[in-house]
Write a protein that binds this ligand. Structure first.
Ligand code: 4AD
Ligand code: MG
Length: 461
């Protein structure tokens, strides 16, 4: 049995042949004598048109089959050079493999993305989500391909951790203790010795610290896995569970890091444009006009680079009234990021050398002793898509920063030890996978690029 994808791909070898195809009815229409079914077998974004005539086994029954009935069609492939689709099947026999009820909740009329979020089990059957999740899958493949071809070692870092990689305290607690019957110590504190690991543990916010250990063994490594943040941000770009790609490179500085990020990002875009033509054409027409041209431009031009201090000056000079007043030392807000990428530069830009106070403890302190060797990649429409830095490899400076951040040095003993034994300069970054999917598909809400999203107050499936 050929797949619909094979039929499109190797069209010539199917013309005038008899085939047997299994799939679901996406739409249908009929007149007295002729019926049309748009069949989708899941293997390809496009449907297969099936035509049946009066003389079919059971014309009246077939005409009444509800949407998403699973059927088997036996028929002949016929070329249709003047029609929308290159070929169709003239059915000789149609049989039902699995029925579908008449009240299928996604009918032909266009439903809002909000409504479809209430149907996460069915929405992958719609054109939009079918395209999104096929592109998401291709992007994951492209990312592995990119790094593997460069000789990077894929390292899986733990999902349950005992340290806070970002030091931001936005973690989900992991425990086996009974919340209704907590064991207490004599001092009236929860007795963590009774917990599964005998200590406090959390879901990881980033695999970076462990990736650093591996980079100092393999030189070039990357992670690709789920990360979790209990951020109370109810926005279109924040999820509580999202995936991150975190390369870490040794004998490398911030500039090497930025080059790698730019090369990787362009590679992913190029791979998707070449391997998901039907899906990308769909996004271009129905989700974000001009998307393909914009992405093509990105591949063919250099990303911008601006220091944080320059960015602050540009924002101060901007003829825009920002909600958050602009001053050196503040964290860039979405409105500032959008101004920089959409108005000022009109392309992806790296903002580098942020004030050390607003960035994580592990970032390398610059000569000025005020800023760190950090880089964020900002893109039009989405904002921050990558966050990275050169790491502080000098033991004394690292210790000083950790103390200044009130960190418990004992918990990070192994991370500190990496600086004692051949801790060369190294750098890395984290690409937010969902934000990259949003950027490439043009989808504007992170809830619509995750199969089963988890966000503040929402974990329904
Ligand atoms: O900038 P972040 O916090 O950087 C790190 O975690 C570093 N440890 C990465 C590294 O250097 N290895 O996060 C990296 C990226 C962000 O730029 C953003 O794209 C994404 O992860 N991200 C989120 N995506 C969706 N929902 C959230 N709540 C996100 N938080 C961060
Ligand atoms: Mg960041």
């Amino acid at each position: 049995k050929p797949s619909v994808k094979d039929m499109y791909k190797f069209k010539e070898s199917f013309i005038d042949k008899e085939v047997e195809v299994e799939g679901w009815i996406k739409t249908k229409r009929s007149s007295k004598k002729l019926g049309f079914i748009e069949l989708n077998d899941g293997t390809f974004f496009k449907n297969l048109q099936v035509i049946y005539e009066e003389n079919i086994n059971d014309f009246d029954q077939i005409e009444k089959l509800p949407i998403y009935t699973a059927i088997k069609v036996i028929g002949r492939v016929v070329e249709t050079p003047n029609a929308k689709q290159p070929f169709e099947i003239r059915a000789q026999e149609i049989s039902v493999l699995a029925p579908s009820d008449n009240d299928y909740p996604i009918q032909k009329k266009k439903h809002s993305l909000e409504y479809l979020r209430t149907l996460q089990h069915l929405r992958p059957r719609t054109n939009t989500f079918n395209a999104v999740f096929r592109v998401r899958s291709l992007m994951a493949y492209a990312i592995h391909k990119f790094f593997q071809e460069k000789g990077f070692v894929y390292v899986t870092t733990p999902i349950i951790t005992a340290s806070d990689a970002e030091g931001a305290g936005e973690m989900f607690r992991v425990t086996t203790l009974d919340l209704n019957n907590l064991p207490m110590t004599e001092n009236g504190e929860i007795d963590l010795k009774e917990d599964f690991f005998g200590k406090e543990t959390n879901l990881t916010v980033s695999g970076q610290l462990e990736a650093e250990a591996f980079a100092l063994a393999f030189k070039n490594v990357y992670t690709f896995g789920p990360t979790f943040r209990a951020e109370n941000s109810n926005t279109a770009r924040h999820a509580a569970e999202f995936w991150m790609i975190e390369p870490e490179i040794a004998f490398a500085d911030l500039l090497d890091d930025m080059k790698l990020a730019e090369e990787m990002f362009k590679y992913i875009i190029k791979y998707v444009l070449e391997n998901a033509k039907e899906e990308m054409a769909f996004f271009d027409s129905f989700i974000s006009n001009g998307l393909i041209d914009r992405l093509t431009n990105i591949i063919n031009s250099d990303f911008g680079v601006v220091t944080y201090t320059e960015a602050i000056d540009l924002l101060k000079k901007a003829n825009v009234k920002f909600q958050f007043p602009v001053e050196w030392g503040m964290d860039l807000q979405t409105e500032h990021e959008r101004y920089l990428t959409e108005q000022e530069f009109k392309k992806p830009i790296f903002v580098i050398d942020y004030p050390k106070e607003i960035k994580a403890f592990y970032m390398r302190v610059n000569e000025d002793n005020k800023t760190v060797a950090a880089m964020d990649l900002l893109v039009p429409g989405v904002g921050e898509i990558i966050g990275g830095s050169q790491r502080e490899e000098r033991l004394d400076v690292l210790l000083e920063k950790m103390r200044a951040n009130d960190m418990n040095l004992d918990e990070y003993w192994w991370y500190i030890e990496l600086r004692k034994y051949g801790g060369v300069k190294h750098a890395g970054f984290g690409l937010g996978f969902e934000r990259a999917v949003m950027y490439i598909t043009g989808m504007s809400n992170i809830r619509d690029v995750i199969p089963f999203p988890r966000t503040v107050n929402s974990c329904d499936f």
